[in-house]
Design a binder for this molecule. Structure first.
Ligand code: GLY
Length: 402
């Protein structure tokens, strides 16, 4: 297995963990259990509408409409919510819904509707979660097919997985050789594939992508670019840009949280402490810039007249910080601080950003899918998923799907 170049990762400045997270937050376990119970009730209420259909990526007027599973990267978050509800309650109807949805993920592979790096998001929360919980061989097989398709998107010279477009996209296209920070959350599919097949090729590709991401997407101050393009023939770096953030040099807060969680997960799979240290530096940047109520603005560098919050980034952060706390050496006193930050975030989301169930079929208000496209102040289905995953992490003994 290739090792991460620790010296490279250590060139990132560390802004340090802010003092406020050294204190235990005023959020009780009972509060988090109640929030989880409310969330499960909401999932239950939505089961009939979204049985083998899916909430769209973001709501309109805080109400999700139903979509088919034919494109996009977000359908699996609903399936993941169903699996979480099944695990928490043991109720068969949640498992039946998740299994009905799995048929649509298998169909999507058969129809070739998966020309994206988001195969990791799509098949981790559907097929891998399903395989982990039911041991049905068909789900393992679907997840391995997805892993093989993700491998096809790898460019060897720069050592990266292309995010968007066909791998064979034209030489002068925007997509060719472009990686994005979100991809760090797609790597667990590859690490898992190596674990179940014994073939180290998948994990080697995941590690090469993680190192290229560390080299180019992570900036020296611990913030991140959203996207970065490399020459696929020579491997030369061509520069960073944004797609959903404020501008090329800004720090899109959701991207930062994908990286915090993604490196914490890579640290576990690759048994590589340098990834955990990098996740900590990314977390320190995030926690130094998040708002007083532990929920970030959608982009840390956006001007004051665009200060929309992104609760979905906060929910991802809560899960990533909890994972990071478990990946640090026992003697590392920061672990307690990351736990505190995760709990404080969940408490704030529950208290200040929960929807009114009589008006919404989502869980969290003020998600920001893409303010550059006018999409903010809505529920986002991945924000709802990570909120519930965070509550499960905080209140149950849970083995992750990632
Ligand atoms: N992965 C796409 C996003 O975070 O919006």
């Amino acid at each position: 297995m290739p090792r991460a170049p620790a010296a490279l990762l250590q060139t990132v400045d560390d802004s340090g963990l802010p003092d406020r997270y050294t204190r235990t937050p005023d959020v009780t376990r009972r509060t988090l259990e109640r929030a989880l119970s409310t969330a499960i009730d909401s999932i239950d209420e939505n089961l009939d509408e979204f049985n083998d259909q899916f909430p769209g990526p973001s709501s309109e007027g805080l109400v999700y409409s139903a979509t088919d599973n034919t494109d996009g990267w977000t359908t699996s978050f609903w399936t993941g919510l169903c699996w979480l509800a099944y695990e928490v309650t043991g109720e068969r109807r949640f498992r039946d819904a998740a299994q009905a949805q799995l048929a649509t993920f298998e169909r999507r592979l058969d129809c070739g509707e998966v020309t994206t790096h988001d195969l990791g998001f799509l098949y981790t929360l559907s097929a891998i979660a399903g395989y982990r919980l039911t041991e049905i061989e068909q789900y393992r097989s679907a997840a391995l097919t997805a892993a093989d398709l993700l491998v096809e998107r790898f460019w060897d010279a720069p050592g990266l997985i292309q995010a968007w477009g066909d791998h064979a996209s034209p030489e002068d296209s925007w997509e060719r050789g472009r990686m994005i920070v979100d991809s760090m959350m797609n790597l667990p599919l590859l690490f898992w594939a190596s674990e179940v097949t014994g073939d180290s090729m998948y994990a080697s590709i995941a590690e090469r992508h993680a190192r290229t991401n560390a080299q180019y997407i992570v900036r020296s101050d611990g913030s991140t670019f959203h996207t970065f393009k490399c020459d696929v023939e020579t491997g030369a770096p061509l520069g960073g840009e944004t797609a959903q953030g404020y501008d090329a040099d800004s720090c899109w807060s959701r991207g930062q949280t994908w990286a915090i969680y993604g490196y914490a997960l890579a640290a576990d799979y690759a048994d590589e402490g340098a990834y955990a240290q990098l996740s900590a530096k990314l977390a320190n940047y995030y926690l130094s810039h998040v708002e007083a109520d532990h929920v970030p603005r959608w982009d840390f560098d956006a001007p004051a007249d665009q200060s929309y919050r992104d609760t979905s980034a906060a929910a991802i952060a809560a899960c990533g910080l909890d994972e990071l706390a478990h990946r640090l050496p026992l003697a590392d006193t920061r672990a307690r601080g990351y736990e505190n930050a995760a709990i404080a975030t969940l408490g704030s989301l529950g208290e200040q950003y929960s929807t009114d169930r009589s008006e919404s079929n989502g869980l969290l208000t003020q998600g920001a899918y893409d303010p550059t496209d006018g999409d903010y102040d809505e529920c986002c289905i991945w924000g709802d998923y990570f909120y519930v995953e965070g509550l499960v992490r905080a209140t149950e003994h849970w083995s992750r799907y990632w």
